[in-house]
Design a binder for this molecule. Sequence first.
Ligand code: ATP
Ligand code: MG
Length: 251
Amino acid sequence: MLEIKNLHARIAEDGTEIIRGLNLTVKAGEVAAIMGPNGSGKSTLSYILAGREDYEVTEGDILYNGESILGMDPAERAASGIFLAFQYPMEIPGVATMEFLKVALNEQRKARGEEPLKISEFIARVKDAAGSLNMDMGMLKRPLNVGFSGGEKKRAEILQMKLLQPKLCVLDETDSGLDIDALKIVAEGVNSLRSSDRAFLVITHYQRLLEHIVPDTVHVLYKGQVIKSGDKSLALELEANGYAGVIGEAA
Ligand SMILES: Nc1ncnc2c1ncn2[C@@H]1O[C@H](COP(=O)(O)OP(=O)(O)OP(=O)(O)O)[C@@H](O)[C@H]1O
Ligand SMILES: [Mg+2]
C-alpha cells in the first residue's frame, strides 16, 4: 500500500536535509509502529506524507497503491484516503468542530465524485463516532480544538479518522497527553478501523500504546533513515534497553 524508496527531503526554506535515504514498505492490513529518538524525523515524515509544502523531496519516491503521490497536493492526498492525525493538532478559531467535520467529509466525497451526505445521515454518523470515543456532542459545537485539553484534541483527531474512513492512517504520537482511560478508548477506535484494506503508521515513543494497538511491524527512525525493522518484540527491546544499542549496530 505504501512504499517509500530512498526518500530524501529537506526544509524548503533553508535547505536543511531532514529525511536522508528513508526506505519503508507498509502492506495493506498492516499496523506499522514508527519509533525513534526526538528529532529523528518522525513528524517530518508524516508531514511529507500529507503533502505539507514546507518540505521538498529532493530524491526518491513515495508510492501509494503503486503510484507516486509526490505530484499530489494535500487535498488530493486526503481524498485518495491518506489521513494524518497531528502530534500537535491545530486550533481553528471561528469554525465549529461539527462544521469542520462536515466540510472535510463532503469535500472528500466531492473529490471522489460522490454526493454530499444528507445532514441527518451526517449527524447520525458523528453521534455514533463521538459516542464510541466517549466524546460529548456539546464539545463539537465549539471551534475546532480551541481550548480543548490535550487529550480532547487527540480524541477529536480520532473522531475525524472514524468519520473519514481513510485507507492510510498516520497517527503522530496520538498517545501523548491521554489519560489511561482515554488511551484505551483511542486504541479501541484505532483497532475498530483495522481491516485488510487499510494500513496504519503509528508513531509513538512508548510500548504502552503498543500493548493496546499491537503492531505487525516496528521500525526505528534515526537521523532521517529507518535503521532497524522488526516485529513487536523490537518495541519491547527498545523499552528495556533504549536506543543506544540499535544506533550502535547501525553505525
Ligand atoms: N521547519 C523546520 N525548521 C527547522 N528545523 C526543522 C523544521 N522542521 C523540522 N526540523 C528539524 O528536523 C528534525 C526532525 O524533526 P521532527 O519533528 O520530524 O522529529 P520527531 O522525530 O518527530 O521528534 P519528536 O519525537 O520529538 O516528536 C528536528 O531536528 C527538527 O528541529
Ligand atoms: Mg514528532
